[in-house]
Ligand binder design. Structure first.
Ligand code: 13P
Length: 288
């Protein structure tokens, strides 16, 4: 079913797992991304940057995601990643995206609240979900670079006020992760995550998932991470595979010979991640 972020994170909460939010970098990889979720028996969040949504077309993305959700019988939410401009958000929602991220993390706290609240009002009126952000995630995303030294961790007290005042459906938090980190791994601040999780029930979101050690996944999942973003790892491996294939394939052979192996590389990564995201080693939470 083509569905919302709110619905899939609720499933994640019920099953004490996290939902993979995978950045689609082109249309080619979309079918295998969704088939990966189908084979693993998990919902999936497909997310695009604004630049990718424009390159493909917002409505084309929606049509493809909807059709694949129906054909493959998988719960698929389509999410706009890191939007800062209300016009982009409006375009995504009006085109049929089921979820948007409003990233006001660079703004003063009160302004972030006010602008996020306005996005929530518009989105909820149109049946879409909203992810907000508090604190700053390191690395580069959408052309904005945050130096390690300038990174601000999310404050648990701010979380309570932000969630109450904005009505967001999910919250991205800064706990030491960085966007685009693919050559090394980061130290995630698990004690801070625990503090945040103790003060809120809001589904929490990890950005910069490529740079997170897989051995940290259970701690993240058991402390409220319900959306786990992975982008760079897919991009890097699609490109590596495509480069190798293009180098070997005669120019008059179908492009399928170059593109299918790259799509399948993405599929295998997603299946591997989803296997870990399902947190099968932990017992399913039972209400006390
Ligand atoms: P990575 O590209 O570092 O995996 O991060 C993805 C992300 O957080 C998108 O917002």
């Amino acid at each position: 079913m083509y569905t919302t972020l709110k619905n899939v994170t609720q499933t994640a909460e019920d099953l004490n797992m996290t939902i993979g939010a995978f950045n689609a970098h082109n249309l080619e990889m979309m079918p295998e991304m969704i088939r990966a979720a189908k084979e693993m028996g998990s919902p999936i969040i497909i997310q695009t940057s604004i630049a990718t949504a424009r390159y493909i077309g917002f409505k084309v993305m929606v049509a493809v995601a909807k059709q694949l959700a129906e054909d493959e019988m998988v719960d698929v939410a389509l999410h706009l990643d890191h939007a800062q401009d209300f016009d982009d958000i409006k375009e995504a929602i009006d085109s049929g995206y089921t979820s948007v991220m409003y990233d006001g993390s660079q703004l003063p706290f009160k302004e972030n609240i006010a602008k996020t609240r306005a996005v929530v009002q518009y989105a909820h009126k149109h049946g879409a979900s909203v992810e907000g952000e508090l604190g700053t995630i390191g690395g580069t995303e959408e052309g904005i670079h945050v130096e390690e030294a300038d990174r601000i961790y999310t404050s648990p007290e701010d979380v309570v006020e932000f969630v109450k005042e904005t009505g967001v459906d999910a919250l991205a938090i800064a706990i030491g992760t960085n966007h685009g980190q693919f050559k090394s791994k980061t130290e995630v601040n698990i004690p801070l995550l625990k503090e945040i999780h103790q003060v809120t029930d809001i589904p929490l979101v990890v950005h910069g998932g490529t740079g997170v050690k897989e051995e940290d996944y259970p701690d993240l999942i058991n402390n409220g991470i319900r959306k786990f973003n992975v982008g760079t790892e897919l991009l890097v491996n699609w490109t590596k595979e495509a480069k190798a294939c293009f180098a070997e394939t005669p120019v008059n052979k179908s492009l399928r010979h170059n593109v299918i192996p790259a799509n399948l590389a993405v599929k295998e990564i997603i299946k591997h991640k989803i296997g870990l995201f399902m947190n099968v080693d932990s017992p399913i939470k039972v209400a006390q």
